[in-house]
Design a protein around this ligand. Structure first.
Ligand code: FES
Length: 297
């Protein structure tokens, strides 16, 4: 155990340096841009893109879907060392391989709307996962032809590659903030108490206005005498919703982020179109002596 801990401790800074180099590897930009255009061309339907982003779920779909192949492949690796479990291991490899396809589709759809640095890491993440998927596909084929020893070896190799891909995916989310709600830090800066947004009579019906509550910009919208105050920085990548267009979708006035087109209902912040998959955070409002005030929920 001490030996394993030492190996892991030695690997961690090396992985960190490797990923830091990936983030700065401009040589990947050409291929990333061509791949991005390919993805955009292949997923033209906004409905399909929203489905894959997880707009309907209110949560990014890709990290939810990847649990299935990783879980199935890891379980197959355990069964592969136990006697009499060949059929069960083969079934799990088949489930993991089949479920990796929709997970990959959701992933490339998210990837196409990432920033340049994120796309570099994402490209290697996708390459590792494609290699893992190929190894598991060949492993499955070998197992089905009765060649279980080679099938097991390919699967272990596939698991090692998939784990590298998963590490990069974790780095993308937790270190680089891909597909996490980027507007949340603005919420932490707000004090928990009611704060003055402005005088009621300085806002016009149907015209979004930007105000600041301390360091946090908020978007104020007045419709039929009812105010909405939401964080102004887009949940996707912090784009300025105050510069966004207002459109009507299904009878609801919505604001479209000028950076990548995420669209939110102005009445309640509900996300209508991705790439953001989470709602825009709204604040409680009240009117006191002709002043509009807001506070975190
Ligand atoms: S920042 Fe990307 S859609 Fe708003």
């Amino acid at each position: 155990m001490i030996g394993l801990a030492a190996v892991v401790a030695g690997m961690t800074p090396r992985m960190g340096r490797f990923v830091a180099r990936l983030e700065r590897l401009t040589a990947l930009d050409g291929i990333a841009e061509r791949a991005r255009k390919l993805v955009r061309g292949a997923i033209r339907s906004r409905r399909v893109a929203d489905l894959l982003h997880g707009v309907w779920l209110g949560h990014p779909l890709h990290p939810a879907l990847v649990q299935v192949p990783l879980g199935a492949w890891t379980s197959a690796a355990v069964l592969d060392v136990l006697p009499g479990q060949r059929a069960a291991a083969t079934t799990l490899v088949a489930i993991g391989t089949a479920s990796a396809v929709p997970a990959a589709l959701a992933g490339v759809n998210d990837w196409a709307a990432l920033s340049r640095e994120q796309r570099r890491v994402g490209l290697v993440h996708a390459a590792a996962n494609t290699m893992a998927l190929t190894l598991y596909g060949v492993s499955l084929s070998a197992r089905m032809r009765g060649r279980h020893t080679i099938g097991r070896r390919l699967a272990y190799l596939g698991l090692a590659v998939a784990s590298t891909g998963a590490y990069l995916g974790g780095h993308l989310s937790y270190a680089l903030g891909a597909q996490v709600n980027q507007s949340v830090p603005g919420l932490w800066l707000l004090r928990g108490t009611w704060q003055r947004v402005g005088n009621v009579d300085e806002f016009n019906e149907g015209e979004p206005a930007v105000r600041k509550l301390g360091e946090t910009p908020v978007l104020v919208y007045l419709e039929a005498g009812r105010f909405t105050v939401m964080l102004e920085r887009c949940a996707h990548h912090n784009g300025p919703l105050g510069d966004g267009k207002v459109v009507e979708i299904d009878g609801w006035p919505c604001v479209v982020c000028p950076w990548h087109g995420s669209t939110y209902r102005l009445a309640d912040g509900v996300v209508v179109h991705g790439p953001a998959a989470t709602d825009q955070i709204t604040l409680r409002t009240r009117i006191v002596d002709g002043r509009l005030e807001a506070a975190p929920v």
